[in-house]
Ligand binder design. Structure first.
Ligand code: AMP
Ligand code: MG
Length: 430
């Protein structure tokens, strides 16, 4: 057996970051930028009003109330050539460019419209004094010309994409999300809706792995189910290597009679395939090789569903994140207090115990194993949101601290959302 760190180094050394390309902004979410992005323009592009109200000269509103003549109006997306004179105001909407001479903008809420000498609406009374610059957004006060708005190696968030468009950029040099082909191997695997024959089971791994690929932000490619037949596995692997950046298989990498992925990969890589017995539980067997001129990595995961899940999380997903240029390639690990005894026997392996991590009202994290820790018990793993890292030895007693890999940060029991924080009241009524 080899330690997990060694297995990961072997895999990572053959999964270098992919070259960046120009990616349209709307397809770039989660992609990692190749270089810095510098703005050639200011944002906002011009001085404008932060409120709906009236543009006024600063000297006219140092005291209030004051009556001013309403001489023009300017909306967002329009402009006016009218220059504000002494004693004048111009009605202005949020985002509209400031008329020349504007020193401040009075909010509409602080203004009373008066019947002017010639009828209604020709004059206003500003009820509150203003300081110069009040309610004005200056050109460049978000982004100045020459500012580095995105640094190299940024994983693009929705807000970054908005920033890019705000500076007039509609595509960005970034690492494209890897296309990841997923195939299942096994004579027993029966796709839905075909009826199960004797000894048949459902091909759950393929659907789980396609979803894991998608959840990690990559492009899943469904390569189907392949029986335990070397020629057919070879054909699908070669076809997949021609149209994907990486391949994930499940099944056929153990020490059984029909471990066809191991044999096929060995043959296709002319013996360069690495078959590993990793000192972890679950997911001990793992096969890895690179195929073809594109040196497309193949992650040969074990067939037991929980092993496939854990193997994907600990080996394939980090390697794929590396290929995608990510600096952070692993799920977050936190320290947690064991809520019950985590019993195990020494066996030379690190155990990854499926567990539920949750927050106490005091803000510390506790973790409890789910019942059903065998590698075929996927339902139990589905209930879990975390993996306890249980080092080799006799286990850990309740109350001791352990490291925990968080698999699902969206679902952390005990962690409130804004709705709970507000006392479950209707937020719109607040
Ligand atoms: P293997 O690694 O091929 O020896 O398979 C180990 C166990 O996992 C066997 O019980 C298989 O039936 C099961 N298995 C293999 N592939 C899948 C799959 N795609 N979905 C569900 N179970 C599978
Ligand atoms: Mg099999």
């Amino acid at each position: 057996m080899i330690p997990l760190t060694e297995a990961r180094s072997i895999v990572f050394s053959l999964c270098p970051p992919r070259p960046p390309v120009a990616i349209p902004v709307d397809l770039a979410l989660g992609c990692v930028t190749a270089g810095p992005v510098v703005s050639a323009v200011p944002v906002p592009p011009f001085d404008n009003s932060a409120v709906d109200g009236y543009a006024v000269r600063a000297a006219d509103v140092t005291t209030a109330p004051v009556v001013l003549a309403d001489v023009d109006a300017v909306m967002a997306g329009s402009s006016t050539d009218r220059v504000l004179g002494d004693g004048e105001a111009i009605r202005i909407m949020t985002g509209a460019p400031l008329p020349e001479g504007t020193g401040a903008v009075s909010m509409i809420e602080d203004v009373e419209v008066l019947p002017g000498p010639g009828g209604t609406g020709d004059a206003i009374r500003v009820g509150r004094p203003l300081v110069a610059g009040e309610n004005i957004r200056r050109a460049g006060d978000d982004i100045v010309v020459g500012q580095e708005v995105i640094v190299a190696g940024t994983r693009l968030t929705p807000a970054h994409l908005g920033v890019l468009v705000s500076i007039g950029v509609d595509q960005v040099e970034a690492v494209p999300r890897p296309r990841v082909g997923v195939l299942s191997t096994g004579d027993e695997l029966t796709p839905l809706p075909d009826p199960l024959g004797p000894g048949g089971i459902r091909d759950s791994n393929r659907h789980m792995l396609l979803a894991l690929v998608r959840q990690a932000g990559f492009q899943p490619v469904d390569l189907g189910v392949v029986p335990d037949d070397e020629e057919r596995v070879a054909a699908v692997l070669q076809d997949g290597a021609g149209r994907c950046d990486a391949l994930v298989t499940s099944g056929g990498v153990s020490v059984g009679d029909r471990d066809v992925v191991k044999a096929t990969l060995d043959q296709l890589t002319e013996g360069a395939m690495r078959w590993m017995q990793i000192a972890i539980r679950p997911a001990k067997p793992f096969a890895f090789g690179v195929l073809g001129p594109g040196r497309v990595p193949v992650f040969g995961l074990p067939g037991n569903p929980v092993s496939a899940l854990v193997s994907f999380e600990l080996l394939a997903a980090p390697a794929l994140r590396r290929m995608a240029g990510r600096q952070r390639i692993d799920r977050p690990v936190v320290r947690a207090v064991a809520a019950s005894n985590l019993v195990r026997r020494p066996d030379g392996k690190v155990h990854f115990v499926r567990a539920v991590a949750g927050w106490t009202p005091e803000g510390s994290i506790t973790v409890a194993p789910v019942p059903g820790q065998q590698s075929h018990q996927l339902h139990a793993a589905a209930v879990a949101n975390a993996l306890v890292v249980l080092p080799d030895g006799a286990g850990v007693a309740a109350g001791e601290t352990v490291h925990v890999v968080l698999l699902d940060v969206e679902h952390l029991p005990g962690v409130a959302g804004i709705g709970e924080l507000l006392g479950a009241r209707d937020v719109s009524a607040a």
